[in-house]
Design a protein around this ligand. Sequence first.
Ligand SMILES: Nc1ncnc2c1ncn2[C@@H]1O[C@H](COP(=O)(O)OP(=O)(O)OP(=O)(O)O)[C@@H](O)[C@H]1O
Ligand SMILES: [Mg+2]
Length: 213
Amino acid sequence: MEHSGKFIVLEGPDGSGKTTQIARIETYLRERGADFISTREPGGVQVAEKIRSVILDVDNAMSGLTECLLYAAARREHLMQKVIPALEQGKIVICDRYVMSSLSYQGYGRELGEAVLDINKRAINVDGVEYWPSMNIYLDVTPEVGLQRIHAKHAGREINRLDLEAEDFHRRVREGYLKLMAEYEGQFTMIDASRNEEAVFADIKGVLEKLIF
Ligand SMILES: Nc1ncnc2c1ncn2[C@@H]1O[C@H](COP(=O)(O)OP(=O)(O)OP(=O)(O)O)[C@@H](O)[C@H]1O
Ligand SMILES: [Mg+2]
């Protein structure tokens, strides 16, 4: 890769605490005086936020492949408009979800398999360079724990189209993540996210310290 930045992605099933932990990461990096941006997928730039609302709308029925293509389209625009420029300025980019989310949710959850990798390799290839994260921080919880958190506290966010999928779907997603961890070993750090927020963040901080400082 041509840039000097660090691309750090938070991954994990619904309710694993990605958004919660990113808020803590922001505070921590600000205190350390780090030059960073924090962003999310799908979204982060206008066209991708619009695609996000199409994907997550509970009224929009669509095939798994359509869903995969929409995520990939949003991913590419977000990457080109926001992530790459920041990396080229030497910034740290903290991102809520990226390619591993598609490989687990659409590849394993929707059972689309290898097609998802092919589509995503296209989506993250800009001028002949594939933009893979410096690190995926994977927050591991069972679907029981994750979904219970989301449904218990409606306050956090709205229930979306993917939350409403059957238990089997969420089980395949988590199993998918565990398989991806083995397959892409050097790209992942796994954290047990069933513990309290402070304990989870202590581990994340350890990872950030090694990667950045
Ligand atoms: N370690 C934790 N222990 C208990 N509850 C938690 C923990 N971390 C987050 N929560 C709560 O669980 C809910 C889901 O957390 P959060 O929104 O951060 O998950 P997420 O991984 O971003 O989910 P999604 O993938 O659906 O966006 C929130 O109500 C949050 O306050
Ligand atoms: Mg979230």
